[in-house]
Write a protein that binds this ligand. Structure first.
Ligand code: VJV
Ligand code: CA
Ligand code: ZN
Length: 393
């Protein structure tokens, strides 16, 4: 009926939990779990569920969360109650325990359930891969890359990505982590700072004084002490406002291409934060759905087991477009779906334009000024090439 068919011998699994999507960070907080519902609504309206294995994911257990997080932190996370009056931006508590309860990481109703469901989806996705049952496993409810072992940070409380990669490492010698969220993937980078079995690569807006989290300079490549096997295994691609699809695609293909050749990963974990899209409430780039999706397509072409995570994304209609297009790329039906949103899509009016691929003019009116000179991008590629001389598969 929809024209979407399942290619023989190629398995995609989709892991979500409708209960997770009902949680609220607070009325005007930029993180809206409801964007996951909107994304699914579009994915299902295109008929893509017929071409994937669909799972309602479990909540991760305490023991699973403790594979990365400290028990002190988890115990506290499990008992804190929402504040009766949500804190506003001015009213910051100076001594937050584990950085919980500020305006970035508020305490809300069902916080622990929300966190364990996000991690459960990511872990289920990783396990479908290690069981050889999926070629690509999708967990759009995961991707919370800032969470630390014993600290919440930047809307992230539990680092589902680290937990999923630890699961992959039980079966694969080397895992490549790639992060296209507009923010630096600091939590994942730090978690694997001292191992050469995980290479982390983050593309992000970098401005140490004015953009969160302020880390991820070109020459931050992991602690370079003599005995650290993880030295040189952190790759950072610091970018400026307004980068375009063309430039991003050039950088991504050339950098990830070289890394796969040299590091020879056995699996790829790709964080698909959609706040790198043009028109994002927090982002600064000029990426379109096509350019964001091209990164997923490139990773798929590497022919390795692939886990796709969500992440940031603060303009829900564009998050839904990107993750729908990327689900179609995973399945391999991207050339067979209509660029016109299906008539019966729930909340269709949320999308403003009826296309999956709005133009920059439609998204922004006036595109944001591009502050990425070609020469700087060449320097970045050059630095990464030189860094890779220290990397041995
Ligand atoms: O820039 C920051 C930290 C501050 C302190 C807290 N105030 C609110 C903002 C400045 C220094 N935090 C960033 C965190 C971004 C997290 C991104 C997460 C991801 O996409 O990488 C992965 C899921 C930040 N930028 C914007 C805001 N916070 C922000 C927070 C709010 C808000 C508006 C903006 C929190 C509550 C409300 N409005 C009501
Ligand atoms: Ca990033
Ligand atoms: Zn982000």
């Amino acid at each position: 009926e929809s024209g979407i068919t399942r290619p023989k011998g190629y398995n995609v699994s989709f892991h979500c939990n409708p209960e997770m999507e009902k949680h609220h960070f607070g009325m005007t907080h930029p993180m809206k779990p409801w964007r996951l519902t909107l994304s699914k609504s579009l994915i299902y309206s295109y008929g893509m569920s017929f071409a994937m294995d669909n799972y309602i994911s479990r909540a991760a257990t305490y023991e699973e969360l403790a594979s990365f997080h400290s028990t002190d932190y988890l115990d506290f996370l499990g008992t804190v109650l929402p504040e009766p009056v949500p804190r506003d931006l001015e009213n910051q508590n100076p001594d937050l325990k584990f950085n919980l309860g500020g305006s970035d990481c508020p305490l809300f109703d069902g916080l622990y359930d929300y966190c364990s469901m996000s991690a459960g989806g990511a872990l289920d996705a990783a396990r479908k891969i290690t069981a050889n049952q999926s070629d690509i496993a999708i967990a759009w409810g995961g991707g919370l890359h800032h969470a630390k072992r014993a600290e919440a940070s930047g809307f992230c409380y539990i680092n589902d990505i680290v937990i999923a990669i630890l699961e992959l490492l039980r079966f694969y010698p080397r895992v490549l982590y790639v992060d296209i969220d507009v923010h630096h993937g600091d939590g994942v980078e730090e978690a694997f700072f001292s191992t050469d079995r995980v290479m982390t690569v983050s593309f992000h807006k970098y401005d140490p004084n004015n953009f969160f989290p302020g880390t991820g300079a070109l020459d931050d490549n992991g602690p370079k002490n003599e005995h650290n096997p993880g030295a040189h295994h952190a790759v950072n691609v610091p970018l400026n406002d307004g980068i375009t699809d063309e430039q991003y695609d050039m950088l991504f293909n050339s950098i990830i291409g070289k890394i796969v050749e040299k590091f020879r990963p056995s699996a790829i974990a790709l964080q698909c934060g959609a706040d790198s899209l043009a028109g994002d409430r927090l982002g600064r780039f000029n990426l379109q759905v096509q350019g964001h999706g091209a990164c997923v397509e490139f990773c798929k072409k590497m022919g390795l087991p692939l886990v796709l995570f969500g992440g940031g994304g603060y303009t829900p209609r564009n998050v839904a477009r990107a993750w729908t297009y990327e689900t179609s790329i995973a399945i391999g039906c991207q050339d067979n779906i209509s660029s016109v949103l299906p008539q019966h899509t729930p909340w269709r009016d949320q999308f403003r334009q009826d296309t999956l691929f709005p133009t920059l003019e439609q998204i922004l009116g006036e595109p944001r000024q591009n502050r990425n000179p070609q020469k700087r991008l060449q320097e970045i590629v050059q630095h990464v090439s030189e860094q890779l001389r220290f990397v041995q598969a």
